[in-house]
Ligand binder design. Sequence first.
Ligand code: TMP
Length: 206
Amino acid sequence: MTKGLFITLEGGEGGGKSTQSRKLKEYLEQKGREVVLTREPGGTPEAEKIRALFMDSNGTWSPVAECMLLFAARAMHVRDCIKPALDAGKIVICDRFTDSTRAYQGYAGGMDKAVLEQLKTIAIGDFEPDITFILDLPANIGLGRAAGRLAKSGGVQDRLEGKALAFHEALRQGFLDIAAKNPSRCRVIDATQSIDQVFQDICKHI
Ligand code: TMP
């Protein structure tokens, strides 16, 4: 048992996870809580190096290799960042976690789900978030938002954003299935709403 609270935000592209994570951090800090905001893949120096490998648009990883990269990064992140913060009584907000691997590599990517869970157990045991918000929206809307964001920033589409619409639709169904199978941990939030409405929905559960 840890003393803190582990919150994750999940969902496909363009759902506003990063914006909501930042807003939630501010809100909880105003209430006097110590908050660590982190993300996956990444969150520690070693895990950020794996992120760079994973996100490289030239990468052609096999599904099992992708999972091993992600769980290697996650093992370091949990050991060196998340667990120490929770043990110190802090709230940890993480932008994506194991449900992203289940949805992207498992449901949408075709990786065997039982093997994925075995890798998860090897990397982080039975560690799971206390609460997970799944920011849900139709894949075409999410991809449209992500494309708009890129056009504004002049950035480059990442390897997974560039996959076909069918991949992103399978991803959405995957996240919804994960939520249905984990009702005490997961809350599905309608991410087609305004930023403020989405945030209010999150705060109701917090
Ligand atoms: P993001 O930080 O913009 O959400 O980008 C992370 C990308 O990595 C996103 O396309 C989802 C993908 N991803 C996976 O495929 N599996 C995972 O386990 C995680 C954490 C991310």
